[in-house]
Design a protein around this ligand. Structure first.
Ligand SMILES: Cc1ncc(C[n+]2csc(CCOP(=O)(O)OP(=O)(O)O)c2C)c(N)n1
Ligand code: SF4
Length: 285
């Protein structure tokens, strides 16, 4: 008798919570599939993996992954994760967040965690809009794009998220779209194994609120756009990877550096001042 087919990511999902809330063609689920595969590749002990989300459609990820996870308040995934990371030195902490959650209400936390190089991997599903609350403009909505709060087209300058993370000193910065599933798994695997603040932007369609309002078709149309307009440029200068409406998309692993993490800086400073009296915190097993 042939063996029953088992979905390789199934054990990383809380299947009892499925069906999930995401719309057909939404890119968040694809990113989670890649994340689950990356977790498998790293071989991380699930006991030592914590996923933290804020609020929004992407914020639901914490509820669907079958590891220790936390659904926190809007914009506050990073401060929550910072405490967790400092108190669990042997664990890997992942923040899974939407662009609005992470860089609008959560923007200050994002830049300071990158500056301090806190040990965490931040995965930002960037669908260029507030999905859950009705398609309002976010700090990443490209100029001229229509949003529910920008009916005549957005006139605000957008954040270039890889450049923001890079400028703040993040140890690792990358961007892929949900079309680039193999590359995304590889990059997630790498980031999960690194120390310090590692950041991955994942461009994903929101067919219900962004694509429809901008007459860009469904999720498949968006994947075709990602396929045709993406240029892979590993090591690209992040200053040049900003997004314009329906423009070319530069993707790849842009930054990799070995700056000491916040914990390493703390230990080094305390050791320098207190000498043998200082006992580094090893955490609880
Ligand atoms: C303090 C506070 N302000 C506003 C909200 C409403 N709110 C819930 S989700 C959300 C936006 C989420 O957008 P994004 O992070 O881009 O995620 P997406 O839904 O697109 O995945 C907002 C404004 C809230 N829950 N709490
Ligand atoms: S509203 Fe947009 S982001 Fe939210 S589940 Fe639907 S397609 Fe995805």
């Amino acid at each position: 008798m042939s063996e029953a087919y088992v979905n390789p990511v199934e054990k990383l999902l809380r299947t009892e919570r499925i069906p999930h809330i995401w719309c057909p063609g939404c890119g968040i689920g694809t990113s989670v599939n890649c994340f689950a595969r990356a977790i498998e590749k790293t071989g991380i002990d699930y006991e030592h993996l914590h996923v933290v989300s804020g609020i929004g459609c992407t914020g639901r990820v914490a509820g669907y992954v079958n590891v220790d996870s936390f659904h926190t308040t809007h914009g506050r995934a990073i401060p929550f994760a910072t405490g967790l990371s400092l108190s669990r030195p042997t664990s890997k902490v992942v923040v899974y967040s939407g662009d609005g959650d992470l860089t609008a209400i959560g923007g200050n936390h994002f830049i300071h965690a990158a500056r301090r190089n806190v040990d965490m991997t931040v995965i930002c599903v960037n669908n260029l809009t507030y999905g859950m609350t009705g398609g309002q403009v976010t700090p990443t909505t490209p100029q001229t794009a229509i949003a529910s709060t920008m009916p005549y087209g957005n006139y605000e300058a957008a954040f270039n998220l890889p450049n923001l993370a890079d400028a703040c000193g993040a140890n690792f910065v990358a961007r892929w779209t949900v079309f680039h599933v193999r590359q995304l798994v590889r990059t997630m695997t790498k980031a999960l194994a690194m120390k310090g603040f590692t950041f991955i932007e994942v461009l994903a369609p929101c067919p219900t609120l962004y694509q429809r309002r901008n007459r860009l078709g469904d999720g498949v149309e968006t994947l075709k756009y990602y396929k045709e307009k993406s240029i892979i440029q590993n090591g690209a200068n992040t200053a040049g990877v900003g997004l314009c409406f329906q423009s070319e998309i530069v993707v790849g692993e842009f930054v990799e550096r070995q700056r000491p993490s916040l914990r390493e800086e703390y230990d080094a400073r305390m050791k320098a001042v207190l000498k043998d009296a200082y006992v580094p915190y090893e955490g609880t097993k």
